[in-house]
Design a protein around this ligand. Sequence first.
Ligand code: SAH
Length: 225
Amino acid sequence: MNFTDTGAPPPAGRGQERRIMVEEQIAARGVNNTAVLDSMLAVPRHLFVPPDVQDRAYEDKPLPIGQGQTISQPFMVALMAEALEPKSTDRILEIGTGSGYAAAVLSGIVSRVFTVERHETIARQAGSCLKELGYNNVRVKVGDGTKGWPEEAPFDGIQVTAGAPGIPQSLCEQLKPGGYLVIPVGDSFFQELVRIKRTADGFFIQESLGTVRFVPLIGEEGWVP
Ligand code: SAH
């Protein structure tokens, strides 16, 4: 959509593009958690991507963010956030900060977001973007997220936005009873998006949310660097 063609005001906030994104790509595909939809309406996705792809920020696609990494497709961000069944009091751990966009979406829904990124440059960029835009309840850490964030554990929910060969034990251990871990598990081409619930009596129940494609989760409990 090009607002300038119609003589309309410049798309400073791009709210109209976000509304269309939420209606056509997200709500239409079955995400109906209102906190998730409201947050997706509010977060300016175009400010989380490099300037050369900003005009494509509201398309139904992942986009490159540098260092061979990507910002996930908006629908995937919404699906994963909904799968966590987030509550306003929750403390959520995200592994794979990337652009910081998914962390920003969660930050509008829950109380605190802790996000870990292994690439220092990417983490620094995401951290300053989140800070500039005022997402003050998000903390970014550089490190191997397959080990979680033990100093801040346990978490009400954990989402991993990179594809793992298996489920990291450390992340299971850092999940509170009643909480969900959402993680893509598979090979380097395709993964199954798995949701694991830790029950009150300590069991882990697993279900599949479909086939997905993410960049690899690289680390001690992921793919070997
Ligand atoms: N959630 C992001 C998309 C993440 S792309 C967004 O909203 O933009 C996946 C990210 O996971 C990449 O930036 C990659 O560097 C990171 N990553 C891969 N392995 C990791 C690990 N072991 N720990 C932390 N981050 C990791």
